[in-house]
Design a protein around this ligand. Structure first.
Ligand code: GDP
Ligand code: IMO
Ligand code: MG
Length: 426
């Protein structure tokens, strides 16, 4: 079984890699996150932007599964299914874990008002209700996907939780209370009839598939440094994108996972607040934004950009047990005269080869750079690794040596086929 995990701050190309690998998979499972994700797949010039449905959906031979670790907004789910169906993609095989939690209207409202309340200290969330939904899961007051199968239970749970949410919305944030009848009618009358046929015991489904020898791919959303435990807390998401989250988010023990593919951009981007040691605030940063089209798939926010950070990748290799790395967007660096790579950090006269655990240190670190020459030619048309110019190959080999994990795939364009296979590492 294979896991695809982001190694930076998201948007590394998980959708594209999952889609590529799914050609040989029978089952593709999303294991955490929700519609804060935006995974792009480009096939024959057509672009698909997915938020909740696993990126294996484009192949008729795969079963896409939304695992128990995901938080599901049924409105977005149904819109996405309709969007895919309108493009001729069959979504009838889609399964959703009954144990996945539901995003409710009060989660979105609370995400918006708490971000506003935090002012200049806001996290820059996607305002999709992700944090509040996971908080309710941990507080054991969440509603789960299976609850829509029983109107009485759904209503009982909703009434209990809404009383408290409305008190907070009205008394703390001066907002209007939400109406339980209205929410119940939307979830039970409008969404339930369409979602119910997709609900399944996904733990059994995946184990049964493994037992008959099928290939299963676990698709992460977000990334290592947005992980609630391993990321740059509090500037993180509220789930565990790291490889360990693939176990808890699907109900599969870690021993069954034999490959963990870390996906990294050939530079770094970040959306929202939080530390970013190699961030560029000059025209080179703008060049990365322009050439890389670095704007959020869903929120359209401009992404922050910076040089490749090998310290992050070394740390990601450890905390995820990476077996290999897929590098994307090498082609975006085509125009640069020289390229900097952060090989270590320095703070208070001390050198760090891994991410310092203390937030104050991480905020203060200065990158130690090595500089490599650019290749100054167009990589986007390359279809075989042998055509890669020497300086581009040197750059990839340098990153590989710094990370200490083989780079097996290198992306030179957004298309499904624009991945070069490096044959046993760069
Ligand atoms: P994800 O969230 O990790 O799935 O990544 P996103 O879809 O949010 O962002 C990645 C963006 O880079 C998308 O627009 C992809 O189409 C694009 N992309 C992925 N790999 C490559 C690559 O190798 N080269 C170029 N030019 N674009 C790529
Ligand atoms: P994919 O799967 C990039 C960021 C938000 C914010 C922080 C918390 O496409 O890589 P949240 O809404 O999760 O509470 O926001 O996490 N964030 C992402 N950044 N890619 C994503 O997903 C992200 N999902 C959340 O910008 O900083
Ligand atoms: Mg994305």
């Amino acid at each position: 079984m294979t896991v695809v995990v982001g190694t930076q701050w998201g948007d590394e190309g998980k959708g594209k890699l999952t889609d590529l690998l799914a050609s040989e998979m029978q089952v593709v499972v999303r294991y955490q996150g929700g519609h804060n994700a935006g995974h792009t797949i480009v096939v024959d010039g057509e672009t698909f932007a997915l938020q909740l449905v696993p990126s294996g959906v484009l192949y008729p031979h795969t079963v896409p599964v939304i695992g128990n670790g995901v938080v599901v907004d049924p409105v977005v789910l149904l819109e996405e299914v309709d969007m895919l169906s309108a493009k001729g993609i069959d979504c009838s095989r889609l399964l959703i874990s009954g144990n996945a939690h539901l995003i409710m209207p009060y989660h979105q409202e609370l995400d918006r008002v708490t971000e506003r309340y935090l002012g200049k200290n806001s996290l820059g969330t996607t305002k999709r209700g992700i944090g509040p939904a996971y908080a309710d899961k941990a507080a054991r007051v969440g509603l789960r996907v299976q609850d829509i199968l029983d109107a009485k239970i759904f209503r009982e749970k909703l009434d209990i939780v809404l009383k408290e949410k409305n008190a907070v919305l009205a008394k703390v944030y001066n907002r209007l209370p939400l109406d339980a009848d209205e929410i119940a009618s939307k979830y039970l009358d409008e969404y339930a009839p369409r979602v119910a046929p997709m609900i399944a015991d996904t733990v059994s489904f995946v184990h049964d598939a493994l037992e008959v020898g099928q290939n299963v791919l676990l698709e992460g959303a977000q990334a290592t440094f947005l992980d609630l435990d391993q990321g740059t807390y509090p500037f993180v998401t509220s789930s565990n994108p790291c490889a360990g989250g693939a176990s808890t988010g699907t109900g599969i023990g870690p021993k069954l996972i034999d490959k963990v593919i870390g996906i990294a951009k050939a530079y770094v981007t970040r959306v929202g607040s939080g530390p970013f040691p190699t961030e560029l605030h000059d025209e080179l940063g703008d060049e990365l934004v322009d050439r890389g089209h670095e704007y959020g798939v869903n929120t359209k926010r401009r992404r922050r950009t910076g040089w490749f950070d090998a310290v992050l990748l070394r740390q990601a290799a450890r905390v995820n047990s990476l077996t290999e790395v897929a590098l994307t967007k090498l082609d975006i660096l085509d125009t640069f005269d020289t390229l900097k790579v952060c090989v270590a950090y320095e703070a208070d006269g001390k050198r760090y080869d891994y991410v310092p655990y203390h937030q104050s240190v991480f905020h203060a670190v200065k990158p130690v750079y090595e500089e490599l020459p650019g290749w100054k030619c167009d990589l986007s048309g390359i279809t075989n690794v042998s055509e890669l110019p020497g300086k581009a190959r040197d750059y990839v080999q340098f990153l590989e040596a710094q990370i200490g994990v083989p780079i097996d795939l290198v992306g030179v364009g957004p298309g499904r086929n624009q991945f070069l296979r490096m044959q046993g590492g760069a």
